[in-house]
Structures are given as C-alpha cells and as structure tokens.
Design a protein around this ligand. Structure first.
Ligand code: ATR
Length: 284
C-alpha cells in the first residue's frame, strides 16, 4: 500500500445520522457508535435537528455531501416517504420510514420499528405472540408501524383502543386483509378474556398526560410493554405494575433492536444487541 492510499483509507469515514425535531434527546448516536466499535466499522453518526419545512432540503443536502444513510424520527417518519425512490414493503405498509439508505443517487426507504419490537418481545423477553390476545392503546403513527408485523405472528386477536374511535377504525380497515383487528374506546375495552400483551403506543406519557388506562384488562398473566422509554418509569409502566401485570417493560429494547436492523441495512452486519442494551439502559 502506498502512503497515499493508506492516508485515503484512514480519512474516508462513512457518514450517517438521525434527523428529528426535536432530536437532542436521541440515544441513536450512542447506540450506533457502540455498534461501530463492536463490529470494527469506521463510521460517523450525527445528530441532525431539522424542522418539518426544512426536511427535504436537509435530506438532499446530506445525500449530496456523500452521506450514506439516515435514521428518521418524530415528526418526519410519514412525510419522508415522499422523498424516497424505492421503499420496502414493510415501510409501505406502515406508511412510514425510519431508515434511509443512499445508493447510487437513489434514496431507499425502510422501516425497522416493527421488526425491532418483535425482536425485543420474542427474542429478548420471551413473549409468545402466536395465538395471543393483544391490546394496543393508541392509533397514531406508532401503532400503524407495529400492527403489520404483530399480525404476521398470528395472534388470536388484536384490539386497538383509542381515545378517538375513528382513527382506530381507519387503522383496522387498513389492516383488514392481514388479520383479525377490532377497535374500541378506552372505557369499553372488552375483558371477557385476559390479555397476554398490552402495548402502549399513545404519546400521552411524552406530554405528561395519563389516559384512562383500562385497569380491568390487566391480569397477572398480562405482559405490558410501553413503546416509550425514559430515565424514570413511564406513567404507563407504573400503572401496569400497580394494576398487577406479570411484567412491565419500557421500549429500550425496541430502540436498540430497530437500530441494529438499520445498521445491518447500511453495513451488512448485525451487531449484538445485548451488551449495547445493557450499557445504554444503565447510562441513559
Ligand atoms: P403520531 O401519529 O405521530 O404517532 P399522534 O397522532 O399524536 O402521533 O398519535 C398519538 C396517539 O396517542 C393517538 O392515538 C392519540 O389519541 P387520539 O387519536 O385520540 O388523538 C394518543 N394520545 C395522545 N395523547 C393522549 C391522551 N392524553 N389520552 C389518550 N390518548 C392520547
């Protein structure tokens, strides 16, 4: 190797980042740096605060400047679908993209949120989804991203409860070909059979609000999972524990697993998530 090529190989660092608004709280840079260290990949990962009206300009500028890929987070996941040239089936079903890959001038969009949740539930936490009764609270973008992958696991039933019934009904209609989805309001959640899994996909906790969570839906065999996560237990996870759930878990694992799927898409190698999950939920 000549001096010149050696020099080039050490200065070429592939660039990635996360775009959101706000984004300063994001743990993605830490997670991806830990993945890179673990797998010996030479990458740079940036935190990019981009307001909605600047999204397109910022994505195209990142691409033009040689960036290789982006994670896209709240509130851009739906809007960014308009910018992609090609989209995975799962992103198209979710109507949302959380991972962009820049390939030969084209933008490829994927969504790793659903698989991230499934991996955390089924692999890390040992939750059986097949033939289970699942209740999802909330009917926004987060729910839309997880219903398809959950239905692929062939649950016995999946109910979406939401404050605004019409939004839950629209989602059920969207997924009607994929499996048995029903809907209700929070105060009339059917409780004839205990739920195996209750997932909080509302944004209420983020706003410091607490919806009237359906306490009668919890039994000591119910596993509760909050898509939100925080330094302290979220309002939903506190409620679930107090209501007697078998276990109550926040979404740190989903965060790390979706990141690992993005990393795999970009670098062709899937990092081990266990050590990273341990590290970030301790240092969070
Ligand atoms: P996004 O689509 O970006 O996920 P969203 O449309 O605000 O965000 O959806 C968030 C979800 O949290 C919705 O299901 C919302 O209920 P509505 O459809 O009735 O708006 C739910 N949500 C947010 N705050 C809530 C609260 N205080 N009580 C109950 N549900 C709440």
């Amino acid at each position: 190797m000549t001096d010149e090529s050696a020099d080039k190989s050490t200065t070429t660092v592939d660039r990635y980042g996360v775009m959101g608004y706000p984004v300063s709280h994001s743990r993605s840079p830490v997670i991806h740096r830990l993945f890179a260290l673990q797998t010996g990949q030479n990458i740079q990962y940036e935190l990019l605060q981009v307001s909605p009206e600047k999204l397109e300009t910022a994505v195209r500028q990142f691409q033009r400047s040689g960036g290789k890929g982006l994670n896209i987070t709240v509130p851009h996941k739906s809007e960014v679908t308009k910018l992609v040239d090609q989209m995975s089936e799962r992103a198209s079903t979710a109507g949302a993209v959380n991972t962009l890959s820049f390939r030969g001038g084209e933008i490829y969009g994927d969504n790793t949120d659903g698989i991230g949740l499934l991996r955390d539930l089924a692999v890390n936490l040992g939750v059986t989804l097949e033939d289970s009764n699942i209740l999802i609270l909330g009917a926004g973008g987060a729910t839309r991203g997880i219903v398809g992958p959950l239905l692929e696991m062939q649950p016995a039933s999946l109910i979406i409860a939401n404050r605004t019934l019409g939004k839950a009904q629209a989602l059920a209609e969207h997924f009607s070909q994929s499996g048995p989805v029903t809907t209700c309001r929070f105060n009339v959640v059917p409780v004839s059979e205990p739920y195996d899994l209750i997932i909080n996909a509302t944004s209420a906790g983020l706003k410091g609000e607490a919806p009237p969570y359906p306490t009668a839906a919890i039994s000591d065999s119910t596993f509760c999972y909050d898509l939100s996560y925080g330094l302290k237990p979220t309002p939903f996870s506190v409620w679930a524990r107090e209501a007697g759930a078998r276990q109550s878990v926040m979404g740190w694992g989903m965060l790390v697993e979706q990141a690992a799927e993005s990393f795999k898409l970009w670098r062709g190698i899937r990092p081990e998530t266990g050590p990273v999950l341990k590290q970030i939920s301790i240092t969070a």
